[in-house]
Design a protein. Structure first.
Length: 149
């Protein structure tokens, strides 16, 4: 009789270990699915911001004209805060974004803007509404990203 109870105990421990491994792997897989969908949503948000910038610059055709667009943004993507920044160098301009409170941490994504544009500004998701201030002066399009409080 003692051998049967020991066999049952070992079987119970083995099944418990297998259950823990299966639970951990399913949790890990669900976390990866959630992270990838959040990354795709951030990329879609940046593409939307890019299309808004292009739309604003198409509307502006005169020098010294200014256009201000307010864009409603999601408070969070999933359960994570995000940030969006517009930057440029001598050859190109881009919009980049990532997760986290500051611009130094988290996943990063970047979309490029066409042509030579001067862009600047940062938006943090806690402020919900982004403002694009677009202008053309001396034939140089300028876009500034701000938050509207």
């Amino acid at each position: 009789m003692p051998s049967k109870s020991i066999d049952f105990l070992f079987s119970l421990l083995t099944l418990s270990a297998v259950g823990i491994i299966l639970t951990a792997s399913i949790n890990s897989y669900c976390g990866l699915l959630k992270a990838s969908s959040e990354n795709e949503e951030l990329e879609a948000l940046l593409e939307n911001m890019r299309s808004e910038v292009i739309y604003a610059l198409l509307i502006l055709s005169e020098d010294n004209a200014t256009l201000t667009l307010d864009i409603k943004m999601p408070h969070k993507i999933g359960d994570r805060y995000y940030w969006i920044r517009m930057s440029n160098d001598s050859s190109s301009a881009w919009i980049e974004g990532g997760f986290g409170i500051s611009e130094t941490t988290g996943y990063r994504c970047r979309v490029y803007l066409p042509g030579r544009i001067h862009v600047s500004g940062v938006f943090e998701s806690r402020y919900v509404t982004a403002r694009l201030v677009c202008s053309i002066s001396n034939s140089i399009p300028t876009v500034i990203l701000e938050r509207r409080e």
